[in-house]
Write a protein that binds this ligand. Structure first.
Ligand SMILES: Cc1cc2nc3c(=O)[nH]c(=O)nc-3n(C[C@H](O)[C@H](O)[C@H](O)COP(=O)(O)OP(=O)(O)OC[C@H]3O[C@@H](n4cnc5c(N)ncnc54)[C@H](O)[C@@H]3O)c2cc1C
Length: 374
């Protein structure tokens, strides 16, 4: 069974307190105004949250950090998770020595940001087969053309890791496209109901020229990304545990403060039932993720196990925040009381990194030997 060593326990406690004291309340106005909190992101960098993927942390410690960031603010946990799992992870595992030297130092301190650009306007769940963005070799350059949708940090990142199909061999490959390249445009997607701090963008790539050496040498076919994409599914499970701990914290405190019929809500049996169910869901999610961390550390985590963890924990998270929302009555509708923020954020966890349905179908395929979706 995975467990934290004493130095990780100390670091965990310090990070948890810092996140509750310095990030949780400070993030709320940014969420409400859909703005990017540069200062808070730099603070997370100073706490070492930009380098969890490469600093020797155990899988359990890394996961618990994602949970605690989510407990403070789910948007920032999305940023930290995508940054570690999909940007730092891809460049560290699949990049050239020059790419690592150029990008990793700034990424580790969160003073440089990357965006992971896979989803397209017409292809989400079927992206692996349907991806339309193209890469064409032209002398010493690649020319990238196409469109991407929902790309986190797209308007604020220094570069995007763009997945495009090489027209020469039909393979999907990973390319580093710096945001100041001519022909690259990022347009912020507004009016989201969740993860409002994450600056999701529509990207337009109009014949963008990049040097040949911007291809990730380890990412010359989509199958090279399988392990990283498996781990990034699992990462959402830690977020789902964190959002439920936040829902519990808020619901419990509200139930103790708010009085009806001359008593605190906490005295009513039906309210205690809801608190018990939220805590039970959060604990079940955490227990599942601790098991995932053990499998990761042993090198045994399978895609279907990651998909099951992602699907199950996000289903529980959706139930937990709905109970929390109801427990706060009318005040559960206002983001001034935090629960409504979690209610919107949970919807994103349910859908991104493979929707609930697609992850369930991955499990279904594993347990029947029959694919229902390809
Ligand atoms: C806030 C947010 C942040 C995101 N960040 C990023 C990012 O940084 N980078 C990135 O590349 N992408 C990102 N995404 C995209 C995300 O991964 C996709 O939204 C997700 O994969 C679903 O794709 P879709 O939205 O196109 O839905 P669709 O694929 O159109 O699916 C619509 C519905 O149909 C269901 N469905 C589809 N096919 C089947 C089937 N065969 N059987 C049963 N049901 C099916 C789905 O489950 C879903 O309920 C983000 C999305 C959001 C909302």
């Amino acid at each position: 069974m995975a467990c934290l060593d004493p130095s990780e326990q100390k670091r965990y406690r310090h990070a948890r307190d810092f996140l509750q004291e310095s990030i949780r309340a400070a993030s709320i106005p940014f969420w409400e105004q859909e703005e990017f909190p540069v200062g808070l992101v730099r603070e997370l960098g100073r706490q070492g949250l930009g380098e969890l993927q490469v600093d020797g942390s155990s899988a359990l410690f890394k996961g618990l950090m994602y949970t605690e960031v989510a407990r403070a603010d789910v948007s920032l946990s999305a940023l930290v998770g995508i940054h570690n799992e999909l940007i730092v992870g891809m460049i560290n595992d699949l990049g050239s020595p020059e790419q690592k030297e150029r990008w990793l130092p700034g990424l580790r301190s969160l003073s440089v940001l990357g965006a992971f650009a896979l989803t397209e306007p017409q292809h989400g769940s079927d992206i692996a087969g349907g991806l339309e963005t193209t890469a064409r070799g032209d002398g010493a350059e690649w020319i990238i053309s196409g469109a991407k949708r929902w790309i986190g940090s797209g308007t604020v990142a220094d570069f995007s890791l763009v997945w495009a199909r090489d027209i020469a061999d039909g393979q999907i490959k990973g390319f580093i496209v710096e945001s100041d390249r001519p022909g690259f445009t990022a347009t912020k997607i507004r009016h989201k109901i969740g993860l409002r701090i994450v600056q999701n963008a529509d990207l337009d790539l109009d014949e963008v020229r990049i040097p040949r050496e911007n291809l990730l040498p380890g990412a010359t076919s989509f199958s090279a990304t399988t392990n990283l994409l498996r781990d990034s599914r699992a990462w959402v499970g830690w977020q789902a545990a964190g959002i439920q701990l936040a829902a519990f914290d808020i619901a419990r405190s509200y139930a103790l403060d708010r009085h009806q019929f001359g008593k605190p809500l906490a005295r009513f049996q039906l309210v205690q039932l809801q608190l018990s169910e939220i805590l039970g869901n959060a604990s079940a999610s955490l227990a599942m993720m601790v098991r995932v961390a053990s499998l990761q550390e042993a090198g045994h985590l399978q895609m279907a196990q990651a998909a099951m963890a992602k699907a199950t924990t996000t289903r529980l998270a959706r139930q937990s925040v709905a109970m929390g929302r109801s427990l706060l009555g009318g005040n559960g509708i206002s983001t001034d009381f935090e629960m409504a923020k979690l209610f919107g954020d949970a919807e994103v966890l349910y859908t991104y990194e493979g929707s609930y349905e697609i992850n369930s179908l991955i499990v279904g395929r594993a347990v029947t030997g029959k694919s229902a979706f390809v």
